[in-house]
Design a protein. Sequence first.
Length: 287
Amino acid sequence: MHKLLLALVAALIVAAVVLFVFNRKSIAPDKAPGEIANNASPKPVSEPLPINEAKAVDLTYSFDESTIYWPTAKPFTWEKEAWGKSAGGYWYTAARYAASEHGGTHLDAPVHFGEGKAAMDELSLQRLIAPAVVVDVRKACEQDSDYRVTPDDLMAWEKDYGKIPEGALVLAHTGWGQFWPDKKRYLGTDKAGDVANLHFPGFSRAAAEWLVSQRKIDAVGIDTPSIDHGPTKDFIVHQVLNGANVYALENVAHLERVPPTGAMIIALPMKIKGGTGGPVRIIALLP
Ligand SMILES: [Zn+2]
């Protein structure tokens, strides 16, 4: 009985925090530049941010020449345009970068496999800030590098932590992050253009259909190159989820640092107008 009471109090506290976070972003009034609300005075710069940095985890890989892209995609390039003392005597640096949309830690917009669905610039902030559900399938993936997350895996999570909340981001933790950035281990192949030898875990069609029909989620994510497992030929998981306007996060880093439940994820992608995907900075705010 005592334990039950404690659990109830804990649940109330979590609910209060979530409500507080969502209220803050939804009621923030639009202000003209420079305008300050009457009741708010400007804060001194030294005051700590409302976000506790000790509880913020970066789930993003850096972009460089070793960043893993799909074997058929153009890799990330970054070239210096100016680097050093300028003619005027001051320090000046600038570079240019180029990359395919779908590589490194990135977001798949629903339009990627869903005709007429949302593009990168059409994803609301409400959808990009979501409670995390982390499903640990590391043991199964150790046995089978082509493993697909099943509805049973999701239901087992619910047995331990309760129903997957509305608007959740469901993340599969396969353990594949340990292989990054070794293409041979992480993708199954290190040859450009080779899509015949891809091996890594993903979601199953049945799990995707269950999430879409039985739960109301905003997104899925995974610590492998794709939410479809390596050998797929039809990308059916992309078809089902993107088709239901669900977006996806791929090559998510450091999932071992996020608990099964209680974390909030902030995933802010590059706002490419009409984009089908692109680089995303993902932060987990731990409970
Ligand atoms: Zn993608």
